[in-house]
Design a protein around this ligand. Structure first.
Ligand code: TRP
Length: 452
């Protein structure tokens, strides 16, 4: 495919909304609040902003540069810039993206089930009910698989329509809707009695909570939330035009993503504190603690008592699906270009294969819970291998690649759109990707492995 034939996002707004759609996902609404809850609230949030600024944004710019320069899928983009040896990193990111699609779709399917259940009025009961509801659902042999297939089907229909008519159009509808839902719930939550305690938890840092683990968690979360290290950002950047300003786009995405994360906190903490429930319950926060919080906090209030849960799970589903689309697109672009097949066929192959793998992950809570590898169920194994190993390795190698191997003139040309825009902060950016980012990522990685 020549450059001029290659699909592009149609508008600047499309670029921002699609990329923000990739970044804003379960990471913001599900992972960020429980991580902040576990790591001391405001203290974590301040460190998180710092990580987004000095690590997340530079890494995102680097992926943008590789993707837009390559004008192709991630594996080929690394090859074009760095030759055969570096294409291994590109292939690794496509593979990570592919594997994560399967397991991300499982959780995205759960969101749909919860949306359905809350619409049907099933999200009512005592605290024990919510725990047993979650366990019964995730262990069910059919339901999680059904919702996995539904969400993958929706993703397939969007992806097959193409970049502008599919991804961009869906982002332009989903993202503003998500934002409106978020604001409604934030306002409702902050108006509850005792909401101020939750707000204080988010803005008053408890400095005694800061230790090296908080830094590590914040950095990991920044990478996850900005979709770095799996080819998503790189693939989307290959659809950017030569006029798109990479550094300012990355900064805007960083800001939007952080705002959504903070708003997600403002939706959850005030409601949780108002009913005296602690927001540090870990990954089960949005599926077990939250339905209980919403029910207790809003049950006496007309209308809100009924609509708050469905609105929340609609929001969660929208956030999940836009990220799932970006993950799916990484492999779709790869198969379409490497096998020279149509986009539709490539999308079909990806949907079928990731669903097949996803079924094993979905069942690993119930029927397949005895199948373990290295002591982990399939779901946990995927989460661990992709998130804790592939992601930092790809992120590290990408920084080393850009910082040390690619001629600086190429990087500068992409950064400043061949001189047509300013190269502000270029040296700061280069310093960060050359020294600071690889160092920090290496420390996190070794720490996670228990080496240091
Ligand atoms: N950033 C998304 C979220 O916040 C998840 C995600 C999508 C992701 N693509 C990714 C995470 C690539 C890491 C790498 O939920």
């Amino acid at each position: 495919m020549t450059q001029s034939e290659r699909a592009n996002f149609g508008t600047k707004l499309g670029v921002i909304l699609a990329t923000a759609g990739s970044a804003v996902g379960l990471g913001n609404v599900w992972r960020f609040p429980y991580m902040a809850g576990e790591n001391g609230g405001a203290a974590f949030i301040i460190i998180y902003f710092f990580c987004v600024l000095v690590l997340g944004i530079p890494c995102m710019i680097s992926e943008f540069i590789i993707g837009r320069h390559g004008q192709s899928n991630t594996a080929r983009a690394y090859r074009k810039m760095g030759g055969k040896a570096w294409s291994v990193v590109g292939i690794m990111s496509v593979l990570t993206g592919f594997l994560i699609t399967s397991y991300y779709a499982v959780v995205a399917g759960w969101c749909l089930q919860y949306l359905w259940a809350s619409l049907a009025g099933d999200m009512q009961g005592d605290p024990a009910y919510f725990t047993s509801y979650f366990t019964a659902f995730t262990q069910h042999p059919v339901k999680p698989v059904f919702w996995l297939i539904v969400i993958m089907g929706i993703t397939y229909f969007i992806i097959k329509k193409g970049v502008e008519k599919g991804i961009e159009r869906a982002s332009k509808i989903f993202m503003p809707t998500l934002f409106i839902l978020l604001l409604i719930i934030v306002v409702a939550s902050c108006l509850l009695p005792h909401a101020s305690e939750g707000i204080r938890f988010m803005i008053q840092p408890d400095l005694s909570k800061i230790n090296s683990d908080v830094f590590l968690s914040a950095l990991g979360q920044a990478f996850y939330s900005l979709s770095i290290g799996m080819g998503c950002v790189c693939t989307y950047a290959s659809y950017y035009s030569k006029q798109t300003r990479l550094a300012s786009t990355a900064t805007e995405i960083g800001i939007i993503d952080s705002i959504v994360a903070v708003l997600a906190g403002l939706m959850i903490f005030p409601a949780a504190f108002s009913v005296g429930l602690s927001p540090d319950s870990g990954p089960s926060l949005v599926f077990i603690t939250l339905p209980n919080v919403f029910q207790q906090a809003f049950s006496g209030i007309p209308i809100l008592g009924y609509v708050i849960s469905p609105l929340f799970y609609a929001l969660l589903s929208l956030a999940a699906i836009t990220s799932l689309i970006s993950l799916h697109e990484v492999s779709t672009a790869f198969f379409a270009e490497e096998l020279s097949i149509t986009r539709k066929k490539a999308a079909f192959i990806v949907s079928i294969t990731t669903s097949a793998i996803g079924i094993f992950c979905a069942l690993s809570f119930g029927v397949l819970s005895d199948v373990t590898i290295a002591g982990m169920t399939l779901f946990n194994l995927f989460d661990y291998v992709t998130g804790q190993i592939f992601l930092p390795v790809v992120g590290f190698l990408t920084c080393v690649f850009i910082g040390w191997f690619v001629p600086h003139q190429i990087i500068r040309d992409e950064y400043a759109n061949f001189g047509s825009t300013s190269a502000g902060f270029f040296h700061a950016y280069l310093f960060l990707v050359k020294y600071f980012c690889p160092f920090c990522i290496a420390v996190i990685f070794l720490r996670q492995l228990g080496v240091i």
